[in-house]
Structures are given as structure tokens and as C-alpha cells.
Design a protein around this ligand. Structure first.
Ligand code: ZN
Length: 142
């Protein structure tokens, strides 16, 4: 992982193909921890700016609206280890989770990269490019 660019006070990291594939694999491996039924929901993995990896698996509720998405679980797990500077996270992600990742990005000033594998090709997409009219804006204004 290296710094790809620093723009407007935001750092964007670039992972190696090997790191991307490792993250995607760790996310897939975490599917076994989906709750209440293993391998039935969603799972992701993230990499912090220190290069540490955390995984998250969805935790479903019968109410549906109390279901915790794997991204929320993953970000919370990293935060519980004092790690809130997220360089990359696997995707694609639902819009609620894009919002969570965006807010994390604003706080850390890291333009978190979404790692997506599409037809065998790895793509690294900065969260800022997925938020056309973000709330709050990049300066934190609501
Ligand atoms: Zn989600």
C-alpha cells in the first residue's frame, strides 16, 4: 500500500493487486460468521492506514431494520481496536454503508478506497467519487 495522492487535505491510498485480493479473500472467509445463519448474509474486509485488516459479517434481526450490515460491524470492530483510519474496504456496498464509509472518510481525512472485483478485474474506487451530493459535505457542513 502506498499513498496515491493527497488532494485537498485528503489522502488516497493505493493497494497492490495482492493486497486487494487478500482483502477480498478475507471478506469471503468472514462469510462463515454471518449471524444467525453462517454463509447466508454479507461480509467485508477493510485495511487501515497501518496495513491492519479487520473483517465484518452481517448480523441479522427479524425486524430487518435492526440488522447490522457487515460494513458497520467491520468499521466498529476496527474502531474498538483504536483504528479509525480506513485506507480501503471491500465492496460493492449498499447506500447506507457508503454513507458510513463517507462519514469515516470525513473524520479521518482519508478518501477510503472501495475494492471491487468485476469480471476478474480489481478496481479501486475512492468513496468521494461515489458521493455526488454528499451529506455532510467534505468540510463536515450539514
Ligand atoms: Zn450496507
Amino acid at each position: 500500500m502506498k499513498i496515491k495522492e493527497i488532494n485537498d487535505g485528503y489522502t488516497t491510498y493505493e493497494l497492490t493487486d495482492e493486497e486487494c485480493r487478500k482483502l477480498l479473500k478475507e471478506g469471503d472467509n468472514a462469510l462463515q460468521y454471518t449471524y444467525p445463519t453462517p454463509n447466508s448474509g454479507f461480509a467485508v474486509a477493510l485495511m487501515t492506514d497501518k496495513g491492519n485488516i479487520y473483517t465484518g459479517a452481517s448480523y441479522a434481526s427479524d425486524t430487518h431494520n435492526l440488522t447490522m450490515h457487515s460494513e458497520a460491524v467491520c468499521l466498529a470492530r476496527a474502531a474498538q481496536h483504536g483504528e479509525t483510519r480506513i485506507a480501503a474496504i471491500t465492496g460493492p456496498n449498499c447506500h447506507n454503508c457508503k454513507q458510513l464509509i463517507w462519514e469515516s472518510s470525513i473524520r479521518s481525512k482519508i478518501d477510503t478506497v472501495i475494492i471491487i472485483e468485476e469480471e476478474g478485474e480489481i478496481k479501486q474506487v475512492p468513496i468521494s467519487t461515489l458521493m455526488l451530493y454528499p451529506w455532510p459535505d467534505r468540510d463536515g457542513n450539514k
